[in-house]
Design a protein around this ligand. Structure first.
Ligand code: IPE
Ligand code: IPE
Ligand code: MG
Length: 262
């Protein structure tokens, strides 16, 4: 894939990583569980099961590196249209993940937040999520944002509706609406824009993820399927990020590569 083999297979990517220039916010579209499983003659559900381990790994690695914000796309608005058996399995898996991981999140000082329509999730999942968010609310070392029942377009429409309501009530002058106010009505209000977006499994699309927030994010696509994505692959993505020059529409500076926007 065009942008992934920045590191050969022999080199340990951690020696190439500059700890001073890590992204502040990494967002990941965790894709390819189904294909990972079907290629092995397994059911798609077993792919999701293995995908959970990759999620655990990237959370640990990001936390160890000191990356302050990590967002994982775990379930999209459109994923509700999958067969009920798969949806139910994913919900049960999420519940189990949270139940086993809550202690660890606390121990590692990680705060959990959710992006998306939490109200659409089954009550059994919502309860565990709310409890995990409650017990991790004071944690400061990293914020883990799980995008669940999330869609970028739906998020934008929801933000517009919230602003329109205030205008209709006479509480807000339309002239006051700027990028910052708009962003404050998105699920990601408490997060900086992602510096790096990773998508696994070779698909070259956003699939309705963070449409507003990704305006100047560096994009990294890899053919690796999500269950095969481990520490090494994650570090490779970070090394690739550090080789980019972020220009934000301006002219090149004297070879100063990838800097976080905020
Ligand atoms: C990503 O893997 C997990 C979710 C979308 C929940 P997929 O289930 O999309 O796997 P593929 O893309 O079919 O291989
Ligand atoms: C995006 O993957 C959603 C998640 C990874 C949760 P999909 O597999 O749903 O996306 P498409 O259908 O390939 O665009
Ligand atoms: Mg997919």
């Amino acid at each position: 894939m065009g942008n992934s083999p920045d590191v050969d297979n022999q080199t340990d990517p951690s020696v190439l990583l500059d700890p001073q220039r890590l992204p502040r916010h990494v967002a990941i579209v965790m894709d390819g569980n189904g294909r990972w499983a079907t290629r092995r003659g397994l059911s798609r559900l077993q792919g999701h099961q293995r995908g959970k381990d990759s999620a655990r790994t990237v959370v640990e690695v990001a936390r160890d590196l000191g990356i302050p914000y990590l967002t994982l796309f775990a379930f999209s608005n459109e994923n509700w249209q999958r067969p009920a058996r798969e949806v139910n399995f994913l919900m049960a898996l999420l519940r189990r993940y949270l139940m086993t991981e809550a202690k660890r999140l606390c121990k590692r000082d990680i705060k959990l937040i959710v992006l998306g329509e939490m109200e659409r999730l089954p009550a059994s999942v919502r309860e565990v999520l709310e409890e995990t968010m409650r017990v991790t609310a004071g944690n400061r070392s990293m914020t883990l944002a799980l995008a669940l029942s999330y869609g970028g377009r739906q998020e934008i429409v929801r933000a517009v509706r919230s602003l329109a309501r205030e205008v209709a009530q006479g509480k807000l002058d339309p002239e006051q609406i700027d990028e910052q106010l708009f962003a404050s009505r998105l699920y990601t209000a408490s997060l900086p824009d992602p510096d790096l977006l990773i998508r696994t499994s070779g698909e070259l699309r956003l699939s309705n993820f963070l449409l507003f927030q990704l305006a100047y994010t560096e994009l990294y696509f890899t053919d690796t399927l999500w269950p095969d994505f481990g520490e090494r692959e994650f570090l490779n993505a970070l090394v690739a990020y550090q080789s980019r020059e972020r220009r934000f529409g301006t002219v090149p500076t004297s070879g100063v590569p990838a800097r976080a926007a905020n």
